[in-house]
Design a protein around this ligand. Sequence first.
Ligand code: SF4
Length: 330
Amino acid sequence: MAPSIEVSKTQLQAPEPEHCPGPESEQAGKDDACEGCPNQDICSSQLPKGPDPDLPHINKRLAQIDHKILVLSGKGGVGKSTFTSMLSWALAADEDIEVGAMDLDICGPSLPRMLGAEGESVHQSNSGLSPVYVADNLGLMSISFMLPDPDSAIIWRGAKKNGLIKQFLKDVNWGEHLDYLVVDTPPGTSDEHLSVTTYMKEVGIDGALIVTTPQEVALLDVRKEINFCRKAGIKILGLVENMSGFVCPNCKGESQIFKATTGGGKQLCKELDIKFLGSVPLDPRIGRACDSGECFFDSYADSPAATAILDVVDALRDQVELNMGKLSLS
Ligand code: SF4
């Protein structure tokens, strides 16, 4: 009797194995990794490959999460992961809210250090991978929890990164319900962005938060990021301008370190019809808090930077509510 191959002409038979070159790639079905793979007939054929068999599992897992936010930046070094950690702490400050932070910056995971979870490891059980909890209502998942030591270099091709992202989305057990999942992505637009948007598309992403600094050299790359979001159909919740001026912690005097030569993030938002969520001044104490994995708001609640970040988080939550139709424009 013809086995399930009849059905499989348009569908993969099993999840891709670890070294899979990608079922849509030119090497599909021909690579060394394809030897013995149940999908080999399908992948080496010219027929369309059909939906990923893991998608229903991913959708089921993500259905327990109310809001999913991607944090993106055009350029590295603009404070994207720092802002992700601040956003996670700020959301989790409300004890009634369950928050998850997912570190998809596979080659440079920094959230474990910033959230005080460096050196921790994840546990696997029948219900999936357990995140590391840095507060009662704030869980974190990062590849660095799976590495033998934090200095290990991760040199992975796209397919392997894709496999890890899929595993995180499918297997991480965030508990019965999560209010917010904040996903930190690498700078630019790469394999990680394509994978995460593809896998999360069906279940829905609330949108992207874009982080930039004021200089034109950073804004140039932000334009590409915005383009990517528009092409991928991801709603842009808003843009935050980080390192926007420096407020001296002693004299409270303000100076511009990264000067906005072309109007900065605010002007860009006006140009591209994007919500400007606010500016956050440079404060060296943020860096120190992140290096030691402490919550910046606990120690410097009244600082201008803390106030600015909390204002941005409020504006972001308003955008999320607007999306859901819970808030009306006045
Ligand atoms: S046959 Fe090759 S390309 Fe297809 S899923 Fe298996 S390893 Fe990946």
